[in-house]
Design a protein around this ligand. Structure first.
Ligand code: NDP
Length: 480
């Protein structure tokens, strides 16, 4: 037994993670169901560090020193269950099984329980940053026991991205906490991307700018509080011209956005926790609408009527409107993050995790897809307690929204008037207005619910639950 850590599953993510581990002085046991991937990794990168390749799970387990620690990087779902079982059959109590795939957190809760009952430690660990991050430093969100963190922590810290001198990994909480937080990270990523896409659409169709000009706008925005990986790559994507035709590549890409499920899980989970994550939900729905090819083709054929999408902004007001869009993007982004953190908070309550939100914001500052300057202020807001109730109440963000607000409203109003869809901008603004409304029309809804279902209502001027006998003469009210 010579390896201090092993990786099972050597596709894009697993092989890069294994290399990253080896680059940092670990001796890495390797196993993949089909040996050709292992061979390829050894042939191409075997000289980069110490690897111990195996052809069987048994050999792989035997090559690990105790407590044996193996990271699984295979397809989420049934393949992960299959690999866990194979590993557990070959390992001994006290060993640590880590799932670094994008597993659904409820699966992780279930697996952790099963595996713990067999005497193993089980760590569901969210890994973000894609292939590049896995190789050069991902942001990692491990769950599991404190005891397994003692062994795993130093290894993960050695390979994580570094932001402001700190490794982008922290023990998130027990069992499924890590995968839960990774799920919400991806949900926020969906919202971030949708907000950027809406900004692009407003400039492209709304103002008639070409992709290169818009790329420059994003490049400039990247020097502001919007500075982030996603804004940076947006500029690059928009600058790209197609080698064959010389046209902007973005114009040749089919406008159907795909998804693999983590955004949907974030929204489904938020629904079951009754936490409004409107920005994330609209982002998931917008991808859904984009991919409804049949309905969109039919809509084009039927020429559904409405404004053309040109925002009709005079040339000398264009620059000011672009500034408005930037403010709208920033305000909506703050709302999306506030909502995402609300979901993490609610998840922590529901599943009994102690999650340090400031630490979560800190480990998202590097390595992951949503890495951004902005997360420094987010972590400060949680650290100081200013964001205890909502990120929106931390003075920094409260002021930011106050300053962005007029722009935000102008953009949403103009987009609605001239026919550009801005589901994430407008739902974020509605959420903000809903939150700050002293009185909501929910009073009417309670009246309706009591009318048809005797669901009762509370009164503003008395405590207790009341029911009105709506069908009786004089509609008497009774205390329920
Ligand atoms: P894939 O999700 O494409 O999975 C391929 C790997 O899974 C191969 O090693 C394959 O083995 C193995 N596998 C599939 N089915 C089984 C099975 N029944 N038994 C044993 N092994 C099986 O690989 P990725 O590298 O893209 O992703 C790995 C994990 O990391 C996934 O959970 C993914 O969601 C997650 N992830 C991916 C990111 C990305 O950017 N790609 C980012 C963050 C997380 P074989 O070669 O034998 O077919």
């Amino acid at each position: 037994a010579t390896a201090n850590i092993g990786v099972i599953g050597l596709a894009a993510m697993g092989s890069n993670l294994a290399r990253n581990l080896a680059h940092h002085g670990n001796t890495v046991a390797l196993y993949n169901r089909h040996y050709d991937r292992t061979e390829k990794l050894m042939a191409e990168h075997g000289s980069e560090g110490k690897f111990v390749p195996s052809k069987t799970v048994e050999e792989f387990v035997a090559s690990l020193s105790k407590p044996r620690t193996a990271i699984i990087m295979v397809k989420a779902g049934a393949p992960t269950d299959a690999v866990i079982n194979e590993l557990a059959d070959a390992m001994e109590p006290g060993d640590i099984i880590v799932d670094g795939g994008n597993s659904y957190f409820m699966d992780t809760i279930r697996r952790e329980k099963d595996i713990r009952a067999r005497g193993f430690h089980y760590v569901g660990c969210g890994v973000s940053g894609g292939e590049e991050g896995a190789l050069n430093g991902p942001s990692m969100m491990p769950g599991g026991t404190e005891e397994s963190w003692q062994t795993l922590g130093p290894i993960l810290k050695s390979i994580a991205a570094v932001a402001e001198g700190e490794p982008c990994v922290t023990h998130i909480g027990e069992n499924g906490a890590g995968h839960f937080v990774k799920m919400v990270h991806n949900g926020i990523e969906y919202a971030d991307m949708q907000l950027i896409a809406e900004s692009y659409d407003l400039m492209r169709r709304g103002l008639g700018l070409d992709p290169g000009e818009i790329a420059d706008v994003f490049g400039q925005w990247n020097t502001t509080e919007l500075n982030s990986y996603l804004i940076e790559i947006t500029a690059e994507v928009l600058h790209q011209t197609d080698a064959k035709t010389g046209k902007p590549l973005v114009d040749l890409i089919v406008d159907h956005a795909g998804m693999k499920g983590t955004g949907t899980w974030t929204v489904q989970t938020a629904l079951s926790l009754a936490i409004p994550v409107t920005g994330i939900a609209e982002a998931v729905f917008a991808r859904g609408l984009s991919s409804q090819a049949e309905q969109r083709e039919e809509a084009a054929k039927q020429q559904l009527t409405g404004p053309s999408g040109s925002l009709d902004i005079p040339a000398d007001e264009r620059e000011a409107f672009i500034e408005d869009i930037r403010h709208a993007l920033y305000a909506s982004k703050i709302v999306a993050y506030a909502q995402g953190f609300d979901e993490i908070n609610a998840g922590a309550k529901e599943y009994d995790w102690k999650i340090d939100l400031a630490a979560v914001a800190r480990i998202w500052r590097g390595g992951c897809i949503i890495r951004a300057q902005f997360l420094n202020v987010v972590s400060d807001a949680f650290e100081s307690g200013e964001a205890n109730v909502s990120l929106l109440f931390a003075p920094y963000f409260k002021t930011a929204i106050e300053e962005a607000q007029e722009s935000w409203r102008r953009v949403v109003a103009r987009a609605a008037t001239y026919g550009i869809p801005v589901p994430a901008f407008s739902s974020s603004l509605s959420y903000y207005d809903g939150l700050r409304s002293k009185r909501l029309p929910a009073a009417l809804i309670q009246g309706q619910r009591d009318f048809f279902g005797a669901h009762t209502y509370g009164r503003v001027d008395a405590s207790g639950a009341f029911h009105t006998l709506w069908a009786e003469d004089g509609r008497p009210e009774i205390e329920a």
